[in-house]
Design a protein around this ligand. Structure first.
Ligand code: CAA
Length: 292
């Protein structure tokens, strides 16, 4: 399909970053979210990030204006029209994903490819609610999406070669390196990474200090962030949803989610985005101390 337009559904942490990455690479992007408040928050976050880059000298004012000029927002699903690619980045709940795919399938052009940024749900199951399962696949970004180099490509049972090539071409244009990940819970990275974060949460539950667990992995293994810090960074709810997906998907007790994570999510401690997680954060998102 001849088009330079990408539609990103969802203006949360991931959708916002994916939209930025696409606009920075030269695509015309519409970031769609039915919640006006999410759109406003997303716009403000991009503006703030780009202004920081300009102040730091890693982005020019011209580049900032150019990229922001290619990035539009909408609260209407109808605006997927004309996009050669739709990237879904809504919350990690199968019913929300399926509902979104049904709507997009009805409104997008017949040739449009639709990818899910799911971090581990079944692509074939999501594709099954559309009339174009061959044009559906997984494209899993990592947080922060504009920075992280990897894109996991996940084919569903009936994803066509043409769809795969379209998404691979898109990945190259936005500067990502791809890996072919299996369509099993957690795909490739999260199946390794998230159980490590879960184990780290168990250690905090047993009495270890978050700083000690983080320093152990930063200084002992050269990880850029410790597993506890990373859990706060991506969102405790997101991490717990992925862990629960592994547990339910493999039916294996080795993936049992740490109860502390469940209690934290139930009490609204979601990590950096809510101001409180394993650590405490000020209103600017700076870490100001430990919560355990
Ligand atoms: N959005 C966009 N850009 C961001 C950003 C964000 N949220 N956070 C940082 N950046 C950019 C900065 O603007 C900066 O860009 P410039 O160099 O152009 O100015 C660059 O990233 C470096 O930022 P900083 O200098 O502020 O910080 P840093 O050097 O410490 O790097 C980091 C920050 C890239 C996040 C680094 O700490 C890191 O790599 N952390 C590990 C991240 C990780 O493991 N991600 C995977 C999470 S798991 C996942 O995503 C799976 C899932 O399914 C949820």
């Amino acid at each position: 399909m001849e088009s330079n337009k990408v539609a990103v559904i969802g203006a949360g942490l991931m959708g916002n970053g994916i939209a930025q990455a696409c606009a920075s690479a030269g695509y015309d992007v519409v970031n769609i979210d039915t919640f006006e408040s999410a759109i406003e928050k997303s716009k403000a976050a991009v503006e703030k990030l780009f202004s920081r880059k300009v102040a730091k000298g890693s982005m020019t004012e011209e580049k900032k204006a150019e990229v922001l000029g290619r990035l539009t927002y909408s609260s209407k699903f109808e605006d997927v029209k004309g996009a050669f690619l739709v990237v879904e980045a809504v919350p990690e709940k199968i019913e929300i994903k399926k509902d979104t795919f049904k709507k997009v399938d009805e409104l997008a052009d017949a040739e449009t490819v639709i990818v899910s940024n799911t971090s581990g749900l079944s692509i074939s199951e999501i594709a099954s609610v559309t009339n174009r399962p061959d044009k559906v696949m997984g494209a899993h970004f990592f947080y922060p999406a504009p920075v992280m180099k990897l894109l996991e490509l996940v084919r569903g049972l009936v994803t066509s070669d043409e769809t795969y090539e379209t998404v691979k071409g898109f990945a190259e244009k936005i500067g990502k390196t791809t890996v072919d990940a299996p369509e099993f819970p957690g795909f490739m990275v999260n199946r390794i990474l998230v159980p490590m974060q879960n184990e780290a949460a168990f250690m905090v539950m047993e009495g270890s200090k978050p700083e000690d667990v983080d320093n152990a992995m930063k200084l002992g293994c050269n990880h850029p962030m410790g597993p506890i810090e990373l859990t706060d960074f991506v969102g405790i709810d997101t991490m717990l949803a992925t862990m629960t997906g592994l547990y339910n998907g493999f039916h294996d007790s080795k993936y049992r989610p740490c109860p502390l994570l469940e209690t934290m999510v139930k009490s609204g401690m979601l990590g950096k985005k809510s101001g409180l997680g394993f650590y405490k954060y000020d209103e600017k998102g700076n870490k100001i101390g430990s919560n355990f």
